[in-house]
Design a protein around this ligand. Structure first.
Ligand code: ARG
Length: 467
């Protein structure tokens, strides 16, 4: 792209009342073409729909409309083949396209902007772009959810410790843990679907802010661009960016979910845990320590929320306190949304790869599940069920037995019946049945519980939903 220079001549698009051109620094701060060229396809689609409507309503004659439509298609292929001259003096994608159209077809190019403003033009371009990104996020999420479901199906009955406070709490199944993420990602997916529905109204035709005196057909352009309907208030149409904020907020929640699993991958793949093995494809070595296999991708995924949430906070801050309607502040929206969207799509793809390629160390998971007195709750529940103790008393008796086992340096199941009876005389031999991890998980049959049958029910439900 050409470097800005102090230009003597006033801007050709809007410079009628200007005696001299902008300072080079003004051009540099004002121009958005460096990043909004990414909206070229949306901009051209919007212009083509607008021109077709101008012609259908008789605002533009057919010959001019045809020349405009064809010229725009040529510009599209110029851009796609890398032959388009992006010029900073034309500020943004809208004026770059129009200036090039004028070079191609001459005077009719100047008629394209009838009954339109760059304010409704950018509003439509940006909505179209964000709408596509919602679709991409939904697709990416579904791939990741399928990867989690596949892990869950394979390991519906593999036991592992469940944690609270990162302390061993109760045994759970691998499948259950995987399916927890499917629930989170499923809600993210529905948030993108909802956001897409809400944003799918067409602002084109709002003009600069007040609508237009030309007899345009906003329903026609809305339909041509795949929107459900035109927006209903022209002031709101050019100044609304909450579709972008909703997208960013949803990206943030989703990236937060990814960061939680990323942290688990980091912990689980450590030499201290060895719950899983990450594949070589998603790890790196150390240049000095030959034994190392670092979970870099997981660490980066843990960090990405910093970036996505940063973009979210940035756009909220940009929009805060902006009086209606359009203000140039709003041009700062795009880089934030572009970066957050790129980050999310990459993160979803990387996480899908890692989840698909990781292997659970079943033996280590099982022995970890049995340690840390993980079946203490099962013991307390047994005391309630078999001996009719109030739960509070059962809790106390169990706590005494845990302390005894800890002192002995063994698990609850290694205490003798006599030792148990020294704490509560009525304890019977059947108590040992509930101290086993397998029995523990199988007993958690409540809906949404960790029992393998419950996990399989949820796996089946999601497999059908994701088909
Ligand atoms: N590049 C501008 C933006 O991104 C387009 C709208 C310009 N409108 C205006 N009145 N200067 O916001």
């Amino acid at each position: 792209m050409s470097k800005p220079a102090n230009s003597k001549a006033a801007n050709q698009m809007w410079g009628g009342r200007f005696a001299e051109g902008p300072d080079a620094i003004m051009t540099a701060i004002n121009a958005s073409i460096g990043f909004d060229k990414r909206l070229y396809a949306q901009d051209i689609a919007g212009s083509r729909a607008h021109a077709a409507m101008l012609s259908a309503t008789g605002i533009l004659n057919n010959k001019d409309a045809e020349a405009i439509g064809e010229g725009l298609l040529k510009i599209l292929s110029e851009i796609e083949s890398g032959n388009f001259p992006f010029r900073i003096e034309y500020e943004d994608i809208h004026m770059n396209v129009e200036a090039r159209l004028k070079e191609m077809i001459g005077e009719p190019a100047g008629r394209l902007h009838t009954a339109r403003s760059r304010n409704d033009q950018i509003a439509v371009d940006f909505r179209l772009w964000v709408r596509d990104q919602c679709d991409a996020a939904i697709t990416g999420l579904e791939a990741l959810m399928r990867a989690f479901v596949a892990q869950a199906e394979a390991g519906a009955d593999w036991v592992m410790p469940g944690f609270t406070h990162l302390q061993t709490a109760q045994p759970v199944t691998w499948g259950h843990h995987m399916m927890a993420y499917v629930e989170m990602l499923g809600r993210d997916r529905s948030r993108f679907i909802d956001a897409r529905i809400r944003m799918n109204e067409c602002p084109l035709g709002a003009g600069a802010l007040a609508g237009t005196s030309f007899p345009i057909d906003r329903h026609m352009t809305a339909k041509a661009l795949g929107f459900d309907r035109p927006t209903a208030n022209s002031l709101d149409s050019v100044s609304d960016r909450d579709f972008a904020l909703e997208f960013l907020s949803t990206c943030s929640i989703c990236t937060m979910h990814l960061s939680r699993f990323a942290e688990e991958l980091v912990i689980w793949s450590s030499a201290q845990f060895r719950f899983i093995q990450l594949s070589d494809k998603w790890t790196t070595g150390s240049s000095i320590m030959p034994q190392k296999k670092n979970p870099d991708a997981a660490e980066l995924l843990r960090a990405k929320l910093g970036r996505v949430l940063g973009a979210t906070v940035a756009l909220f801050t940009i929009m805060k306190g902006l009086a209606l309607t359009y203000s140039k502040d709003m041009q700062e929206d795009k880089e934030q949304v572009f970066d957050a969207a790129d980050t999310l799509m990459l993160a979803l793809a990387a996480m899908t790869g890692m989840v698909s390629d990781m292997t659970a160390n079943r033996k280590i998971l099982a022995s970890a599940a049995a340690s840390g007195f993980s079946t203490a709750t099962d013991l307390a529940d047994w005391l309630v069920r078999a001996l009719n103790l109030p739960f509070r008393d059962a809790h106390h008796v169990t706590g005494t037995l845990v302390a005894m086992a800890e002192k002995k340096g063994c698990d609850l199941s290694n205490l003798t019946l006599a030792e148990m009876q020294s704490v509560h005389a009525a304890i019977k031999i059947e108590v040992f049945d509930v101290l086993g991890v397998e029995n523990s998980i199988r007993s958690r049959m409540s809906y949404g519980g960790t029992a393998p049958d419950q996990v399989r029910t949820q796996v089946a439900r999601w497999k059908a939903a994701l088909r």
